[in-house]
Structures are given as structure tokens and as C-alpha cells.
Design a protein around this ligand. Sequence first.
Ligand code: SF4
Ligand code: SF4
Length: 446
Amino acid sequence: MELIFSFLIVTFILMFVIAGGTFLIEKEKRPALFSFLFSLIFIILLILFSYFDSSEKIFFGYGFVGTFIFIFILLIIPFKNKHHLKPGVVTKQFDERNVMFSRNELIPGTEKFNDYYKRNPDKKVLDDKFREKPGLLSKNASKYHPFKFASAEANFRTVEAFVPFINENLSQEKQAINPKEISNFIKSWAKQIGAISVGITKLKEHHLYSTKGRGKDYGKKNIQNHSFAIAFTVEMDKEMLDLAPEADAIMESSQQYLVSANIAIQIALFIRNQGYSARPHFDGNYQLICPVVAKDAGLGEFGRMGLLMTPELGPRVRIAVVTTDLPLITDDNKYEASVTDFCAICKKCADNCPTRAISFENMKEIDGVLRWKINHEACFTYWNTTGTDCGKCIQVCPYAHPNNLMHNLVRKGIKNSNLFGKFALQMDDLFYGRKPENKNRKSPII
Ligand code: SF4
Ligand code: SF4
């Protein structure tokens, strides 16, 4: 027993030292401190144990090892949530004119503006609030930083430079292709050039906006003849996001909009080279709702904050899509209940949202579909106040931790057992804090 006890304690010490080291590499001081503190407690326990007499050793050793085995077994049994609520699927097409960015483009006094609010009088009072604020990347915004805002602006302008590639004419004859071979090639190449995950789905009507809401085609019906959609995610840098809602957050999101646009164009051009039609969908130029496509392509589930929760990085991703008539092999979108179950108990994003835009409640039926929905107007008003796209909810999400062995073991545990999910949430709150502070974090950019 003495040997088993000592072995177990040494394992714990090593485990917490490795965890502490990993947290230090991740520049997470608080969880690193907790890990080293736990390893110290176990070292003290081991020293104390050596002073016990043999009867105390047997009593304490059996007690400790027995408790450990009991807890370990409890945590690995795949307990599922008996009260699980499965979110519904919105199959009604969404009008892009109702998206906050489209509403932001309406200029007061114009015919478009008057027409929109005549049809949507309920939205006028809400939108007046964000119009009173300085605006995204504004000099008067509360998180204004001259260089960081200017660099984000530069990123967005570079994305605009990609627009001529959206609708190029085909110059090639259709090549004979093997759908499986070319699907695998596209996925593997996309990962090679920066994507974290890639999936393919059949393009469905509800993926597409019913009516265009931005740019010169405002108000026109959205016509799309493609059959397939390739969705992919790119990672947003954790260190930058950890400073949300400071300027670093919008620097990083704009950077990843740029990276994802680049990959989308590369894929579209590649497909056109095979003689098939392809359309990249990237920031400011979407004909469809990327997260909905990505979900159907098997890349994740929707969480409480309304974003796609990917298995690798939770919501800490940006998504772009390429639609095409190239015959492809689609991926499964097997429903992952553990994400919804974890979101039901976690609520960390709701707790940390500066505007209370994220619901604390269970999923509700909204327009006949069971789901969570955030208050987009409150969120967007905050963006126009700070001048950044905030991202605090993404920063604090337990699924957004780095994609490494330590965090992936926790993700696996959550997927396996609802009880483990509850335990992991307590640990996350203890190690990172329920409301993680940014004040000791330094920007990786000067
Ligand atoms: S913070 Fe928690 S509740 Fe919010 S999306 Fe992430 S896991 Fe779900
Ligand atoms: S981005 Fe910020 S304001 Fe918007 S929902 Fe997330 S935490 Fe709230």
C-alpha cells in the first residue's frame, strides 16, 4: 500500500508540474500558480506520510487510494445528461438586410434607410443606440489605439483587395475528376496553408441569405446555383484574444479574416483551374451564413454565445466558405450533445459579457426553433463604443483553450461524461477564475 500511495502522489506531483509548465508556455500565470501550489501540497503530503507509523500509513494509504479510485471511476463513466435539450435547426432563410453590419451601412435620410425602418420599426430605436456611439475603429472609441486600429483597418482594406477574385469567368474546360480524390486533396491542402479544420456539405437553401444586404446589390434576391460548400476554420491567436475587448482583439480578428479570405480564394482559383465554377465567401462578401454551413459540414455545434464551437478551439476561430459545382464527397455532421450540455451549465460567456447580451437561461423556442440567441443589438452597440469587435466571450470560453494534449484530454473527458463536464467547469473556474482579469496580460504587439 505504501508503494501504491507513494506512486500515486508522485504521479500527481509530476502531473501538476507538467500542467504548470504548460500553463507557463501558454503565458497563463494564474493557472500555472495553482498547478505549482497543488504539486507543493502533494510534496508536503508525501513528506508527512513518511513520518506516519505503519498503522497510520495503512489507514491513510487505503483511504487516499480508495477515494482516488472511486472519483476516477465516477469521472470516466459516460454519464449522459438525462435532461438534454437538443437545439433545433433554423431552416428559414435569413435576410442579410437584418444583419447588424448591413444595418450599420444604412445612411440616415436616404431612401434605403427610410424604407428599411418603415418595414422594421421595432429595430429603429435599437439601432439609434449604436448610431450614437463613435463606431468601429473610430478615433473616439474607448479602446482606441492609433497603430492597432490602423493595422486592423489595413487588414480590412487588404481583404477588399480580394473582391475582383470573387466572380471570375471560367477559362478552362471541365476536367474529369474523382470526387473522393479531389475532396481529400482540397482538405489536406487547406490545412497545409493554414486551415485548422475543413468540411464539405451539400449547399442547402437555408445556408443562403434570401436577399442581399450589403453593397451595390442591396435588396436583390440571392441566386446561387452551386451544389456543394467547403467550409473551413482558421485559428485566432490566443494571446491577442486574451486582451479582449482591447484593440488587439480586432487586430487579430481582422488578420484572420484576411488569412481565411486568402485560403478561400486559393481554393476557388484551384477549382476554376479544373474547369468548375467556385465562389469564395469571406468577410464583407458573404452570400451565406458561414457558421451554419460549417455546422452542416461537421465542423462543430452552436453554443450559448451563438458561435460555432469547434472541437479543436471552441469559438476561437474564423470561418470562410467556398461554394462550387465541383462534385465532392460530403462529410457527416454527427450531432455532439456534450457541447450543448456543457453550455447549459457553464454560462461563463454570459457572466463575462460586458453588455449582458448572452442569455443565462436555457435554450428557448425562438421563431419555432429551440436555441440560444444573443442580443445582437446590445453586442453591436458595445462594439461601436469600444471600436473593437470585443471577443470577451470567446476569450473566457473553456473550449477556447489551446489545442494541446492537456486541454484535449479535458475536452475528451467533457465529451465522454456530463459529470466530468461539471468537474472540468469547477476546475476551469478555480484555475482561470470565473471572471478572468486582463490587467496582468501583456500584448504580444508593442
Ligand atoms: S463560455 Fe461556456 S456557456 Fe459560453 S459558449 Fe463557451 S462553453 Fe458555452
Ligand atoms: S462580443 Fe462582447 S459584447 Fe458581444 S456577446 Fe461577446 S462578450 Fe458580449
